[in-house]
Design a protein around this ligand. Structure first.
Ligand code: PLP
Length: 401
């Protein structure tokens, strides 16, 4: 049994590239070239040097003693929040821009929802002196002013997309169109393990530095290179894919994924697409997605802007379907509570997205004994979420201690 990608770009029944070559020759070119380039010694050397000197890797693996005691296990936090730009997304953006350069591309485009991937891409473009255009739903441009200003400061052009619901899905549609109509010159940097093959595999490989480091860091700390449990939050799936990459076929390691429950998975206001979604094609990939019987996308909802993609990448849909991963939803209020808990018990303010992984600890602690080794990825830092946290604290002083 393997959970790796097959030769056609599928994970079980999920994935693939449902975009005809005739419409988008760029996909064919990328599929032919990406593996050869990112597996080459030259690429690896440049990439790992950037990860070390620019991003600040390796990110620490931190033993959280107070939380360990509370949840009756040995809990280690993988600190992606300490990366330059504050999250794991920079690992992927730097890798793809290096690939773009090696493919001779002259400009970069990307989609963004909340703006985190837009900022990571604009950062990589500034570093590499590449023109950068970011497509963002017009509604998100209004809602995410600070990130829009960051992208502009970094020299990117932000294009507000006014069609449809004016959010992430529409921005992605627009970016695809722009890419496919000028693929000679343009490279499209997708921010998560979504989209047509080869994106999910490429993004997972570029994020796999996370589990590569977990292996030797665990070996150093506990004398064996695997944990009993891995826990991560899932939007499109990239920080989770990076966290599990080197353990995906190692059945000694349990995988726990947290998707955004929103107001509750049965409330109609949720982003828990693996649990309530049905199979369909979105952005060229067969995945579980939130849609009506007629195939209209249902707008996802989560308090966390980084988790409200209407689907989940094919890697995770397959792990869920095959029972390799346990999938839980963390609701808004559970994530908020978990964010305060980490802040007050370990002095780490997590991103709201990452708080959805932390919020699973009370749900799964019955599976642990005091010697169970758990690695949980803190995908990003919470500076961007302070307003939300402070408002919650004002409204629920009792919940947040
Ligand atoms: C974007 C983002 C996520 C969700 O994206 P994945 O591709 O599922 O990792 C999670 N955490 C943070 C901090 C993010 O910025």
């Amino acid at each position: 049994m393997t959970y790796q990608i097959d030769e056609n770009g599928f994970y079980g029944q999920f994935g693939g590239a449902f975009i005809p070559d005739s419409l988008c020759p760029a996909i064919k070119e990328l599929t032919e070239k990406y593996l050869h380039i990112i597996e080459s010694e030259e690429f690896k050397q440049e990439y790992h040097q950037l990860l070390r000197d620019y991003v600040g890797r390796p990110s620490p693996l931190y033993y959280a003693s107070r939380l360990s005691e509370k949840y009756g296990c040995k809990l280690y936090l993988k600190r992606e929040d300490l990366n330059h730009t504050g999250a794991h997304k920079i690992n992927n953006a730097l890798g793809q821009i290096l690939l773009a350069k090696k493919m001779g591309k002259k400009q970069i485009i990307a989609e963004t929802g909340a703006g985190q991937h837009g900022v990571a891409t604009a950062t990589a473009c500034a570093l590499m002196n590449m023109p950068c255009t970011i497509y963002q739903g017009a509604l998100d441009v209004q809602r995410q002013r600070v990130n829009v200003e960051r992208m502009k400061m970094l020299g990117a052009t932000v294009v507000p997309v006014t069609r449809g619901s004016q959010t992430l899905k529409d921005a992605t549609d627009e970016a695809f169109q722009a890419w496919c109509s000028n693929s000679e010159e343009t490279f499209y940097i997708i921010g998560s393990t979504v989209g047509p093959h080869p994106y999910p595999d490429m993004v997972a490989r570029l994020q796999s530095v996370i589990s590569e480091e977990i292996k030797w860091q665990l070996e150093e700390k506990i004398g064996r290179d695997y944990p009993d449990y891995l826990i991560a939050c899932v939007g499109g799936g990239s920080n989770a894919a990076g966290t599990i990459y080197h353990y995906i076929d190692d059945e000694r390691v349990n995988i726990i994924l947290g998707e955004a429950g929103g107001l509750g998975i049965d409330s109609g206001k949720t982003a828990a697409s693996m649990q309530i979604g049905t199979i369909g094609v979105l952005h060229g990939s067969r995945i579980k997605l939130m849609q009506t019987k007629e195939g209209e996308i249902i707008e996802p909802y989560s308090i966390s802007a980084g988790l409200d993609y209407p689907g989940t990448g094919p890697i995770h849909c397959n792990l869920h379907e095959k029972g390799r991963a346990q999938v839980f939803a963390a609701n808004d209020d559970e994530a908020l509570k978990a964010a305060f808990e980490l802040t007050r018990m370990e002095g780490i303010i997590p991103a709201l997205e990452s708080a959805h992984a932390l919020a699973l600890l009370p749900k799964v602690k019955d599976q642990f004994t005091k010697d169970t080794v758990v690695v949980l990825t803190v995908s990003g830092r919470g500076d961007k979420d302070l307003n939300t946290y402070l408002q919650y604290h004002e409204e629920h002083p009792e919940a947040a201690f």
